[in-house]
Design a protein around this ligand. Structure first.
Ligand SMILES: NC(=O)c1ccc[n+]([C@@H]2O[C@H](COP(=O)([O-])OP(=O)(O)OC[C@H]3O[C@@H](n4cnc5c(N)ncnc54)[C@H](OP(=O)(O)O)[C@@H]3O)[C@@H](O)[C@H]2O)c1
Length: 281
């Protein structure tokens, strides 16, 4: 069955791969991006099955306009992929105010704008699903990525809430969590002047690993795009889809540690309940 997709950040990486694969198999794509010329080859190859619009997801008004235009032009949109995003590679002290603002405005607020712009249309058509591209770093953390984590943990909390709110309307939401993958992401990382105080800390170690190319990028971007399409084709709507051996391992370690810490504080958690509500035993 052919579907219609709305995807943000389609100039490179996962967004571009998804767009190419979907067009190649006969689906329609409303591709949004900051540099429309990046899709010239796909436009030439696939004609009007590719609908494209210039969009910077930090512009909430423009996000609404483009979503309205896409639904009007294409009639139905079955899948919305919130993919646009980038990372800041800097310790919490090193990053600049502008980098902090930009990563939150793009990864967190930009994704929120897209969900809010799409929902009235998805509700009106009575079906649809949202794929929110997060990361392993939406459930675990790495030194130097504090602001990226703030944006991605933030969008995961938002998405958990939205998923419950929209399920009664026949709309599904899945948070997709790729691990480290060779796309344009590494080259687009924003960096800040480094502070020597962090050289001999985990933040310094991680910065050196990224700089000297020893940071492992173990996942295949084509396979990640395929897994996202396969998920939609399967009809399954898990809340989260982990993708990558690093995602599987690191998120698992984090969840186990968090559960252990949670359980270790059971007594103190229960100790603050009001006396009139405490039952014996
Ligand atoms: N690659 C990884 O290791 C990895 C791992 C986990 C999660 N992710 C996530 O995967 C998503 C896609 O990243 P990628 O790996 O495919 O990297 P990528 O190749 O750099 O692609 C990122 C895309 O987002 C776009 N973008 C950035 N800021 C934008 C904005 N304000 N408005 C509209 N588009 C914007 C970029 O457009 P321009 O070309 O105009 O800059 C580009 O098309 C991101 O959300 C990222 O956090 C990546």
């Amino acid at each position: 069955m052919s579907r219609t997709w709305f995807i943000t950040g389609t100039s490179s990486g996962f967004g571009r791969l998804l767009t190419g694969r979907l067009l190649a198999r006969g689906d329609r794509v409303a591709a949004t991006l900051r540099r429309p010329e990046a899709l010239d080859d796909l436009r030439a190859a696939h004609g009007d099955r590719l609908w494209a619009a210039r969009l910077d997801v930090t512009d909430a008004g423009r996000v609404r306009d483009v979503a309205d235009e896409a639904f009007a032009a294409l009639g139905t949109i079955d899948v919305v992929v919130n993919n646009a995003g980038f990372g800041v590679l800097a310790s919490v002290e090193e990053a600049t105010d502008e980098q902090i603002r930009q990563v939150i405005e793009t990864n967190l607020l930009g994704s929120i704008h897209v969900v809010r712009a799409a929902l009235p249309h998805l509700r009106a058509q009575g079906h649809g699903r949202i794929l929110q591209v997060s990361t392993a770093g939406g459930q675990t953390t790495y030194p130097n990525f504090g602001y990226y984590h703030a944006s991605k943990w933030g969008i995961e909390g938002f998405c958990e809430t939205v998923a419950r709110e929209i399920e009664p309307f026949g709309i599904g939401l899945t948070i997709v969590e790729p691990g480290a993958t060779p796309t344009g992401f590494g080259g687009a990382l924003a960096t800040a002047p480094t502070m020597p105080e962090y050289d001999r800390t985990p933040a310094g170690d991680s910065r050196r690993a990224l700089a000297d190319g020893t940071f492992p990028l173990d996942n295949d971007p084509e396979k990640i795009a395929r897994a996202m399409i396969d998920l939609v084709d399967s009809g399954e709507i898990p809340l989260r889809l982990p993708l990558g051996s690093d995602t599987y391992r690191h998120v698992r370690e984090s969840l186990v540690a968090r559960l252990a810490e949670h359980e270790a504080h059971r007594e103190v958690a229960l100790s603050v309940v009001r006396d009139d509500l405490v039952t014996s035993g």
